[in-house]
Design a protein around this ligand. Sequence first.
Ligand SMILES: [Zn+2]
Length: 328
Amino acid sequence: MRTVSDSELPESVWESEHFRLHPLSEGVYAAIATEMGAAFSNAGLIDMGERTLVYDAFENPQPAEDLLEASIQLTGRKPTTVIISHCHPDHWGGLQVFADCSILATSATRQAMLPIAKEMEQEQRDPSGLEKDLQATEARLAAETDPRQRQALEISVHRQRNNLLTLQSIKPTLPNQTSDGKIVFHGTARSVELIPTGKGHTESNCILQLPKERIAFIGDLGFFQQQPFMPYGFSPEWIALLNNLANGKAKTFVPGHGPLGRKADLLLEAQYIQAMENMIQQVIQRGGTAKDALRETLPPPFDAWQKIGHRYDANVRSSFKRQSQHTD
Ligand SMILES: [Zn+2]
């Protein structure tokens, strides 16, 4: 099986500095974040025939404004329903743009968003913590010589700077409707299914499936061609979900991060999570520390992924902590 390369992405039909909209079927668009925009995660735009649905709302209001504009231009109307895949704020920081919509999430996701929204308001009152984080990343960039690490750090600096610039413009907005069961939206053009999947990347995640078009928007259950972010995850459940999705009917998957993917991308991601857990288990079994684990290398192709960004460290440390507690 092969993974999808960028050259295989359907050509974008609408672009902003924050994302590109790729048509997956007539009226179904994947919004794939650009590296140096302010979206920082992918989203979806779906024309139901008589109304328009959005899946996830980016990290900031500006890309969400662009998605609203794209909705008007491509579907002839504003969205009326927004679905939030999970609680991480890079998927709902722009939600205020859709405040007049039905905003749906699972009850656990909404619950987990409450303290994050409070934290955002606290940061608006006192941004010194964010400023310190930015200075630390800038210092790491200044000292780094490896070109790939520098590239990852440049993206982090850009993201942290942007978040400080836009901080005061964000009005943390929460889902106004929750559901813990499947919902089927019936439109004149198509039907789509909102499916809560339980534990995986976080405590609660939900995906959007288009059965007829064989497309699934999977939020952060999917990180393609890059390391998944595991600190808030439940590895066995996540791996099982990825395998189930790969064995299901959908053929095209829109991840929360990275390009569009196929079943092979899901399986590769499941293998990464397992390889990470196995590596940590081996380090613990021979009496090693988290620092020892950080010096380890994952087998190919994951060794190439781990060089990029801070996620490797975060994954190693969180898995080490979790597994050490288990063996105590
Ligand atoms: Zn996430």
